[in-house]
Design a protein around this ligand. Structure first.
Ligand code: GDP
Ligand code: MG
Length: 760
């Protein structure tokens, strides 16, 4: 099957084009060895099906980032039948920089000039003929979003793919032409494919090239000795880059022209600029960001979105006693979308659980217990959170797709700089809200090694989707045992706490063990776009699939182990028994404290005593230790563990009596206090992340830094939780912590000063 690869700058519209071309046939995986999305899909409108590959977005083919290496290797090694180079016409010159490099490879190329709708709307037009003549490859004007001209693009791509193309370089007409020619011949002599491309790269002092062909560096170096340019001396890399830009400006700066008369040329604010005046305002920017974040949480978690008042009194009675009671409102307040979805999911899983329980009601007791409490309870407990996770993810995707997140990076750059980070570090942090794994991979874009390490360490503090059930379930438990009425305040504060912890620890690291310069951060703000419904749904679907896969593999396996360990004693006695409850036989495990799991948990429990959820509680205390440890496998396990244990102990029976959720019932059975619960959330949020994230971090860091990172996570989580528990229980201990903080600041300052003096 023919393969066409989409290559272009980030935000040029690759994914939009990809989705339009392939519809729902897309297959998403990871590039071999790295977790950067690999998307493949079929285009079916031609005489034969075409496999379309969405390459990662890149600005050049030099190996500065993993995206660049992936895209470059794909084109060089896998030799697609055609490269469709997407060019964002609203940023023509920057986009053509990549084009000049792609042209050097021996591969058929077609240029898709994207965002033509935007260009036309702003009253400009473009001379595509001129581009085509100068570049010598076909050029098609499209709009990926409006799906304009895509058939034409694919038809011409197809005919382009039928004839091989020889690479060409603008350097062939420059002062470097002889050098390019000599190195190219040397490569050809070694029977290397794409000799021209490799020749240019080695002249550009490309790392990969120099490593693979050290014997050819000499030709370049000999040339350098005899050569000087009057601006750049013999810095060949700069000379090549300059040649590319000169070529682009001299040939293409007049390709885009304004329609109409001269007067319109006056500088005008676009709508985007007007919005930016407010959203990126020096003072209002950060408060607006925090407020938007709060709204997102309010819509996802609040049980009191609006107070219904009289309406509630009129409508509520008609739902009394039906399963809708409590679905839409709580205590006279309308539930948020997230809570309604959560309740709905709960109704569905309870129904399914009941049905399955009914089916196996004749089976031996241990089978019933295994299926209901071992296999189902934990997985269902986790699945009920899927709607809320997806909703939160949807809100974040909207903020990102619209171009707002890029603005936040821009606003935060100034603030970050003071802490010793660049705004660039913000992207991986925000990605951390989704999942730490891709976020950690994304830190490769950070040039300073110490900045990268510090960023990797704080990424888990940006609470990921899998930690969300911990937040929600425990916030729910707090609401049932205290007089705090709205769980969304707790969830929001915990997210903010994570961010604050990140900022404080980054400052600490950048002033002590992880010092370094902050490289300049240059970023172009994309125009605001209306997010695209289709691509949002595709994002969500990927996320949903991933989550369900995880629930039925790693989480299911973990909960079965938990069930087993909590149902058997050290002497292999099966602990659950049958009791009568309201005329029905139910299986409960009232002797769980004698189980293997309790024994193991009690080993760890003393460690957590200073954090409030250790051996200072009653006999059930071990469940927190167990939950925290299972969380190291996958963070969903924390709540799955509570769910399983609650079901085993007959949580339903406790729950119905109290009218609260099982997990909340289980938690309150331990007689834990509110500050200790908050400390428990904080511990799980800031401690060693899940197994997958740890493995990814290991791949990105040196051995020594990796070990330091594990220690960092343990220490941070312990200290933060202890502070919360201590201040929450005895408020004036806050002064002790403040005093300690001031002393540390002075010590650090003193040592840094002494060091800089001795260095001089
Ligand atoms: P990628 O980073 O190259 O994958 O770019 P995306 O496909 O994510 O597109 C970036 C943004 O540009 C999205 O918000 C798209 O909706 C928008 N976009 C893409 N193509 C067009 C187009 O032809 N016209 C307009 N107006 N917007 C577009
Ligand atoms: Mg994309």
């Amino acid at each position: 099957m023919k393969r066409f690869a989409l290559a272009g700058n980030p935000n040029s519209g690759k994914t939009t084009l990809f989705n339009s071309l392939t519809g729902s046939t897309a297959h998403v995986g990871n590039w071999p060895g790295v977790t950067v999305d690999k998307k493949e899909g079929l285009y079916k409108k031609l005489e034969e099906d075409i496999n379309i590959i969405d390459l990662p977005g890149i600005y050049s083919l030099s190996p500065y980032t993993s995206e660049e290496v992936i895209s470059r290797n794909y084109i060089l090694d896998e030799k697609p039948d055609c490269v469709i180079n997407i060019v964002d016409v609203t940023n023509l010159e920057r986009n053509l920089y990549l084009t000049t490099q792609l042209m050097e490879i021996d591969v058929p190329i077609i240029i898709a000039l994207n965002m033509m709708d935007v260009l036309r709307k702003s009253g400009k037009e473009l001379d595509a003929k001129k581009l085509e003549e100068e570049l010598g490859v076909p050029v098609v004007e499209i709009s990926a979003l409006k799906e304009e001209n895509l058939d034409e693009l694919m038809l011409r791509a197809y005919s382009t793919s039928l004839t091989p193309r020889k690479g060409s370089s603008l350097l062939e007409n420059s002062q470097l032409s002889h050098l390019v020619h000599d190195v190219e011949i040397a490569f050809k002599g070694m029977k290397v494919d794409n000799a021209l491309f490799h020749a240019v790269k080695i002249i550009e002092k490309d790392e990969i090239e120099e490593k693979n062909h050290p014997d050819l560096i000499n030709i370049v170096n000999e040339f350098k000795e005899t050569f000087t340019d009057n601006i750049f001396g013999n810095d060949l890399e700069a000379i090549v880059a300059d040649a590319r830009y000169k070529y682009i400006t001299s040939n293409f700066s007049k390709v885009v022209t304004k329609l109409g008369n001269e007067e319109e040329e006056k500088f005008e604010f676009t709508p985007s600029d007007k919005i930016d005046k407010v959203l990126t305002n020096k003072w209002a920017g950060i408060p607006i960001f925090l407020a938007i974040l709060f709204l997102v949480f309010h819509f996802t978690f609040s049980e009191n979105l609006f107070y219904l008042g009289g309406l509630f009194a009129n409508v509520a009675p008609s739902f009394e006693g039906t399963m809708f009671e409590g679905l839409l409102w709580t205590d006279g307040g309308l539930n948020s979308i997230g809570v309604i979805l959560f309740n709905l999911m709960d109704i569905i899983t309870s129904f399914l659980g009941g049905l399955i329980g009914e089916l196996i009601s004749g089976a031996p007791m241990w089978i019933q217990s295994f299926v209901n409490d071992g296999a189902l309870a934990g997985v269902f407990g986790v699945l009920s959170f899927v709607p809320q996770i997806l909703l939160l993810f949807l809100f974040f995707s909207i903020l990102e797709d619209s171009g707002y997140m890029a603005r936040v990076a821009f606003i935060l750059d100034k603030l970050f700089r003071r802490f010793g980070l660049s705004g660039r570090a913000f992207m991986p942090m925000i990605m951390g809200f989704g999942c730490s794994v891709p976020a950690i991979v994304n830190t490769r874009t950070l040039a300073d090694e110490n900045e990268k390490t510090a960023t990797i360490r704080v990424i888990p503090f940006f609470s990921c989707g899998a930690k969300l059930p911990i937040l929600t379930a425990i916030a729910g438990a707090i609401v049932t045992i205290s007089n705090i009425s709205n769980p969304d305040i707790i969830t929001y504060s915990m997210y903010v706490l994570g961010m604050v912890t990140a900022i404080v620890t980054v400052i600490l690291m950048r002033n002590t063990t992880m010092k370094g310069d902050v490289p300049p951060f240059i970023m172009e703000l994309p125009n605001y776009h209306l997010p695209q419904f289709k691509s949002l749904m595709i994002h969500l679907w990927d996320k949903l699939k991933h989550y369900i896969e995880k629930a039925f593999t790693i989480i299911l396996a973990s909960t079965i182990i938990i069930w087993f360990l909590s149902s058997f004693s050290w002497g292999y006695e099966f602990l659950p028994s049958v009791i009568m409850y309201e005329g029905e036989e139910i299986i409960v495990n009232l002797r769980m404290n004698e189980s293997i799991l309790a024994g193991l948990g009690n080993l760890f429990a003393p460690i957590f005593a200073p954090l409030g959820f250790g051996s200072n509680l009653n006999d059930y205390v071990w469940i927190f230790a167990v939950a925290a440890v299972t969380g190291l496998i996958a963070k969903e396990n924390v709540i799955a563990t509570f769910g399983t244990l609650a079901a085993c102990v007959g949580g339903l029976y406790i729950a119905t009596e109290e009218g609260v959720l099982e997990v909340a019932a289980m938690i309150s059975a331990t007689e834990i206090t509110v500050p200790a619960l908050i400390s428990f959330i904080a511990f799980n949020m800031t401690t060693i992340p899940c197994f997958a994230a740890v493995a990814t971090a290991k791949g990105e860091l040196t051995k020594k830094k990796f070990r330091g990172t594990l220690t960092f996570w343990l220490v941070t989580s312990y200290v933060v939780s202890m502070m919360i528990y201590s201040i929450g229980t005895v408020w004036w201990t806050a002064f002790i912590f403040i005093a300690l903080a001031i002393i540390s600041i002075f010590c650090i300052r003193y040592f840094n000063k002494r060091k800089s003096l001795t260095n001089k």
